[in-house]
Ligand binder design. Structure first.
Ligand code: AMP
Length: 420
């Protein structure tokens, strides 16, 4: 007999965790809908070329893509993130800007799986296309801040930086490259390899031995054009005006190549592992054009659902939603009464459960306890012959007999589900 397990980097999200995931997305929907963001669903896989726009120098493109040739000979890939898909969608449908959308769902990256880092992971996120107003950057950042606050998280730190415009960035990358070349003997073999591919990413190094050389590297702020510097100043002023705390982190370069000007990341100080980033985003003013659309500025962020929930666990906030039943129907007369009453309770808006398989009174009572129901409605042979049901409060043990025909309305009223 074959015995199968989930493949590395994937997990089953079992009950009750899956219900918590759904509440997470509902909470996100509530926050971003208040700001006029509308839901979008983009495909789980696209032409590989859409994702290659994320940048040839990124791990996501070079090492982590789940790509394959389909039966029609198309080279496609499972999405590693959703910004590229949203921008492809904008280029394809040309909606009127500003286009403000939000999404949720799984992404796929062939990463080294570890705690908080998976090959299939979920994100929620927003994208706002069609405006380069720095106050839009502020509004977008504020949405993530509001969301984390609504979850109950208190230990999330906002890091911001500006990567400048593409010319600024090119000059900075050149300077950085020269700097690291000059101190190459202080770099690990891994960072030497990274330096060749993408000098910016050397700044991400967490290796203790390289912290000094990274700390002394030139900063992006010295390379910003007047426009980019002014944009960044306005973003900081906007955050100040909203009372949003932030740390300017000039080492924040973020993984994907398409970012320009504002970039930001949210770190949870409650998480102890290396995986402390719960979300991040930034401006990507050239991406829509790269994908064949009109020149369109854009900004967005993505929040990792898995990792943010780990942060919620660490801070003991955002508990699982209740899965308790309102009523548990105990029927020792064969089960037909339970079948009908459960149905009537559900029609009346009461969550109702029952036991199956004609089990004894004691076993059914145990199941009622386990369900967390507020009331047990009991029908035995005596009750049935008298046309009544016993209603037992599972909170204080009080019980009363109610006419069978009236029991649903009575209990529903007790539960505040209908007017009696
Ligand atoms: P990124 O799309 O790389 O900017 O990531 C945004 C957020 O998604 C991160 O801050 C993480 O919370 C989450 N994330 C990214 N990659 C993974 C992964 N492999 N497993 C779990 N969460 C991830």
């Amino acid at each position: 007999m074959p015995s199968f397990q989930t493949t590395p980097g994937t997990r089953d999200i079992l009950p009750p965790d899956a219900a918590r995931w759904r509440s997470f997305v509902e909470e996100f929907d509530a926050v971003v809908s208040l700001a006029g963001f509308q839901h979008i669903v983009v495909p789980m896989f696209e032409d590989l070329g859409v994702f290659q726009r994320l940048g040839d120098a990124t791990d996501v493109v070079t090492k982590e893509m789940y790509d394959f040739v389909d039966k029609g000979g198309r080279h496609v890939a499972l999405r590693p993130e959703q910004t590229a898909g949203v921008c492809r969608s904008f280029a394809q449908h040309r909606p009127l800007p500003p286009w403000k959308v939000w999404y949720s769902g799984p992404n796929f990256r062939y990463e080294r799986a570890q705690h908080g880092r998976y090959r299939q992971f979920d994100q929620v996120g927003v994208e706002a296309l069609g405006s380069d107003d720095p106050l839009l950057d502020v509004e977008v950042i504020a949405l993530a801040v509001d969301f984390f606050r609504n979850l109950g998280l208190r230990n999330v730190v906002l890091n911001i930086n500006s990567l400048g415009d593409s010319g600024d960035r090119a000059r900075y990358v050149e300077a950085l490259s020269q700097y690291f070349q000059g101190r190459i003997s202080e770099l690990s073999p891994e960072s030497v390899a990274t330096l060749e591919r993408n000098p910016l990413r050397v700044l991400d190094s967490k290796r203790e031995s390289e912290q000094a050389v990274v700390a002394q590297a030139p900063s992006i702020s010295g390379f910003l054009s007047d426009e980019a510097a002014s944009h960044f100043t306005q973003v900081k002023q906007g955050l100040d005006a909203l009372g949003i705390a932030y740390v300017v982190n000039e080492r924040l370069v973020r993984g994907l190549d398409y970012y320009c000007r504002t970039t930001f990341e949210f770190q949870s100080t409650a998480l102890e592992s290396a995986q402390t980033a719960v979300g991040g985003g930034g401006r990507y003013d050239g991406l829509v054009e790269d994908l064949g659309g009109p020149a369109t500025p854009g900004i967005g962020f993505a929040i990792g659902l898995d990792r943010t929930l780990l942060a919620c666990d660490a801070e003991q906030v955002f508990p699982h939603p209740s899965t308790k039943a309102d009523v548990f129907v105990i029927d020792t007369t064969g089960g037909m009464q339970a079948l009908q009453l459960c149905q009537q309770f559900r029609t009346a808006g009461c969550a109702s459960e029952r036991a199956y398989g004609g089990r004894a009174m004691k076993a059914q009572m145990k199941a009622a306890d386990k369900s967390g129901a507020t009331y047990a409605v009991i029908i035995g042979t005596d009750e049935l012959s008298q046309g009544v049901a016993t209603v037992k409060s599972m909170v204080d043990g009080q019980q009363e007999e109610i006419l069978l025909d009236a029991v649903v309305q009575h209990v529903a009223a007790q539960l505040g589900k209908v007017n009696s």
